[in-house]
Design a protein around this ligand. Sequence first.
Ligand code: C2E
Ligand code: MG
Ligand code: MG
Length: 743
Amino acid sequence: MPTLEHPIPKSIFLILDDLDDARAVQQGLAVLTSKTFVIEWARTLAEGMQRLSRQASEVESKLLAVVLDLELPDSHGIETFERLFALAPHTPFLVLSTSRFEATARLAITAGAQDYLLKSRLNDYTLPKALSSMIERAANAEALFQAKETAELTLNSMGDAVIRTDPSGRLTYLNAAAERLTGFTQLQADQKTLDLILPLIDGLSRVPLANPMMAAMAANEAIRLTTNALLLRADGSEAAIEDSAAPIHDRRGLTIGAVMVLRDVSGARAQSLKMTHQAQHDSLTDLPNRALLHERLTQAISTASSAGHPLALLFLDVDRFKHINDSLGHDMADQLLRSVAERLLACVRTTDTVSRQGGDEFVVLLPSVLGEADTTVFAERILEAISAPHRIGEREVHVTVSIGIVLYPDHGGDAETLLQNADGAMYRAKDQGRNNYQFFRLDMYAKAAERQLLESDLRHMLERREVVLHYQPIVDLKTHTIVAAEALIRWRHPRRGLVPPSQFIPVAEHSGQIKAIGRWVLREACRQARVWQDADLPAIRIAVNISAADLCARDFVGCVRATLEETGLAAHHLELELTETFLMQEAAATADVLHAFKQMGVHLALDDFGTGYSSLSYMRSFPIDTLKIDQSFVRDITTDASDAGIVNAVISMGKTLGRRVVAEGVETAEQLAFLKQHHCTEAQGHYFSEAIAAADFAVLLRLGRIEPKPTPDADALPREDSAPAQSYCSSVRPCTQILEKLR
Ligand code: C2E
Ligand code: MG
Ligand code: MG
């Protein structure tokens, strides 16, 4: 049994029929001192073939040599050699021949045999000599072959492509990786010129590159490729490549060609391009981000400045996006933003830039415009495109945008100023009722700065306890008893004095701070109502204004429930005031929330009624308890017939639907008389009392009712103008007199 220590001995295989010849060969071989082989013997072609085919299936290298007589009982001449050699092509064959068949023996040499020996010369000198040198030659050739094969295997196992040329630049070698990379096989590439097999271009300029192998041979040193090299492959595709070329020298130092090692870096280069793209684009919409916009804007300013034409920058903000986000959920809101991005892209030319600044803000850069007129046309196109319904999943969502526009050079000389002023103009568009565009005007500077200041001050408003609630009584018109108090927020600003909600609520809504403010108001109002009850004052409804952001927040119902529990106020003493406009826009989404409140026993009021576009069918289906007629209608009821008609109609509608109707902003006895005459149930307004501090309200509440006054002369009444902190309230306030008397 062969083992590692005792491997199978190599053999010399004799294929000859003549016994004398066999004996002569054996004697000749016996002379060989290093007898590390065995002798095997076959007498016919058939036996020889059988043995060789078995051998072939084992390891052919176990055969040292074959000594063959071409004349066998079952085969003659060259055919004998050919058939056996085909079975062991790597084994050295020594052909035995007579001088008669010497020509055939020579033929065998050309067909692959190593040597031949005439039988007449066969002795113990010629045979060992012929065999030894033949075996040695074969061993050398095998060793060379093995070395070459190992080198070849090594090169083919490499991930890098290796290409070799001769001195004239003709290809002489491609390893397997090079075949894959170039798309040419070794055979196809052989002797072809480099430019055909390895055309290289610069990835940025697309200009053909000088072939590095020729360059390496010319410079007689190793060189590296340019960083952006692209290889054009056989199938026309491109591969980003990297690496070096070097000349090959022979032993005497002469250049005999060049070798090049190439690596396909398409993946790495694509990855680095991707990373650059990611750093400059918004991941949600894939639009250029703030940084890239800034770069392009700076570039556009410089081009516009040297070419002498204006450029336009449009700052867009999706209207009421925070509400949309809260009511649709983040996924749908994200889809909506993508849809807005697509609409914007569809409106612009390829040279324009649409960028997302973050959140719901987009900026469009038109690097070349004629002026205000064509920018106006563009802005109108955007308003129209965005306001068409967006299909988000199963839903159709309607949104609008407000746009602020600046032109360079009229509205700013650098990127920062232009962006800031466009932002200011966008706020102006919001103030103008949204879904419109505004060009920047100089007076917006002050407003934009003011708004920014306000926004940063707002951040500290709650923690610095600068916020306070005032309460305005709502009275029953039959008895004049106080039936409710509306909690109205006031901001005691350290420098500005008392800031009215109309000035900071929209800012807080835009910045998102409204949520925290809303929670504070709710809690404080409920707490105060409970304090009054605990002081044995009449239990009244406490009305709290709810912003759209509150109503849309998913946890709002839970938050109200928790606040009631925490403060100990019964649900039926709380009334939430919702604005009509918002309720109608988000009708379906808010219906569930409203019904949840209804079930809890919380009252619901529709504030500023008449200013929105309420649909009567919604009105019927919403569980609204109270309609609050907006003061803009009440103001002129005694002088304007149509306002009087509207108020009258609302009162009747309230009666029919079984809703309470509160008239807001009652300032005069005439207005009051009108409302009483038309059976309005409740009223609120300066005629009774403005919104006052909690302590003052407690005094009123202890009285329980507010007596009607004779029509006061407004100018004769004391004003709080002397107290700048409340200077924004400047209407008649009979209750001030009552309070003063009571104090
Ligand atoms: P609103 O809910 O319609 O509140 C009534 C507004 O009319 C109050 O203005 C009140 O002071 C004023 N008002 C009442 N009677 C008269 C009158 O006879 N004549 C005149 N000229 N005005 C009268 P205020 O306090 O400035 O609030 C303005 C708006 O700010 C409120 O309108 C409400 O929408 C919002 N707001 C006030 N407090 C809050 C709050 O805590 N949260 C939220 N989200 N909004 C609030
Ligand atoms: Mg209100
Ligand atoms: Mg109102």
